[in-house]
Design a protein around this ligand. Sequence first.
Ligand SMILES: NC(=O)c1ccc[n+]([C@@H]2O[C@H](COP(=O)([O-])OP(=O)(O)OC[C@H]3O[C@@H](n4cnc5c(N)ncnc54)[C@H](OP(=O)(O)O)[C@@H]3O)[C@@H](O)[C@H]2O)c1
Length: 282
Amino acid sequence: MHPLDPFGFGQPGFRKHARRFDPADLARDLRGLVVAITGANSGLGLAATRALAARGATVWMLCRDLQKAEAARADLTGDTRLARLDVASRASIDALDIPTPDVLVHNAGQLASHHDVVEGLERTVATHVVGPWRLGHRVRAATTVWVSSGGMYTQRLDVARLLPAVGAPAPGRFDGVATYAHAKRAQVVLARRLGQHAMHPGWADSPGVAASLPRFHRLTRSILRTPEQGADTIVWLAVTRPPTPAFWFDRAVAPEHVFPWTKHDPAEEDALLARLLAGPAG
Ligand SMILES: NC(=O)c1ccc[n+]([C@@H]2O[C@H](COP(=O)([O-])OP(=O)(O)OC[C@H]3O[C@@H](n4cnc5c(N)ncnc54)[C@H](OP(=O)(O)O)[C@@H]3O)[C@@H](O)[C@H]2O)c1
């Protein structure tokens, strides 16, 4: 075990796990497959777009900044299309007009440094939980993949904290890392309840990690996965579309909990679904 990679989330872990990968899994002609990926202009989303388009898939890049997305798209080969989508905005989701994809990847994400409210919701929760929930209902792909995070292992689902009542005061001290990890926990719960796939990419070097976690990035840089390695399980799920939905890491089913104190009452999941069905921002 590498001292900087005790959980196998880094590059040493990827290399070890990749020994059991079947190279035939990705050696496929994907012509005819349509995939839509949110946040496809950077990091893992861009790496997944590149890998899928190179194999013949049509990839819809759903991005909030079209200029940035056009620049990212310039060096891609294959059939990529671009549509504007701010996944944190209900209006933007409602305005999205793309053909129904075979696979939808909820990849867009960010770790916020301060408390920010968008359309009545804290931005992290709007981006990772409520937005994808709404987008999934609008797009209705046959296969859906939620890109969660190993950080979710530190959090217990708590709906009152995730989606505070409308009008509740903002937290005195905003903890961006905990808020992010909690939203990622909610993604895994939602994926399971909706019969969809979720995965976590380990630790990959991306513009998002460098910008939002500079200290972590500096300390772990030497062992971080490449964006391609971080995106590997996203690509594998989109290509192979396993019939049984699960939570995945490095092409294998992963546990949803590693610490007993993160286990929640099933009623908490019902409460999450009820809040989302009722319209979380009131
Ligand atoms: N890299 C890792 O080690 C790691 C680990 C665990 C989980 N993840 C997850 O992997 C996913 C990709 O992250 P990354 O590391 O590749 O980060 P990244 O390089 O920052 O890419 C994130 C992408 O999401 C987009 N995005 C953010 N908010 C959005 C919104 N409201 N609407 C539409 N797009 C939005 C960003 O768009 P802009 O370019 O316009 O900002 C960007 O394209 C995220 O869900 C992240 O939480 C990554």
